[in-house]
Design a protein around this ligand. Structure first.
Ligand SMILES: [Zn+2]
Length: 80
């Protein structure tokens, strides 16, 4: 099911930090690049919510960081 990308989001209902590990990285990239909302899930409340802009920025940065080594190792870079 592709590479999962996990992040932690705080549930606005119960205030607990919930690990979000249901996203595959390509799916997350698609949501981020397309400007679509990212839905986090709370196992305690059994509810979804849209993550904040601030969290979204954190995810963007985290995805970019985890992607970098893969791009470097793929041999597709031409700026060597
Ligand atoms: Zn909750």
């Amino acid at each position: 099911m592709g590479q999962a990308f996990a992040f932690v989001a705080t549930c606005p209902t119960c205030g607990h930090a919930q690990l979000q590990n249901a996203f595959a990285r390509p799916d997350l990239e698609r949501l981020l690049n397309g400007g679509y909302p990212i839905e986090a899930y709370c196992t305690d409340c059994d509810e979804f919510w849209t993550v904040s802009i601030q969290k979204r920025v954190e995810i963007v940065e985290a995805v970019a960081i985890t992607l970098a080594p893969r791009f470097a190792a793929s041999g597709n870079l031409t700026d060597s």
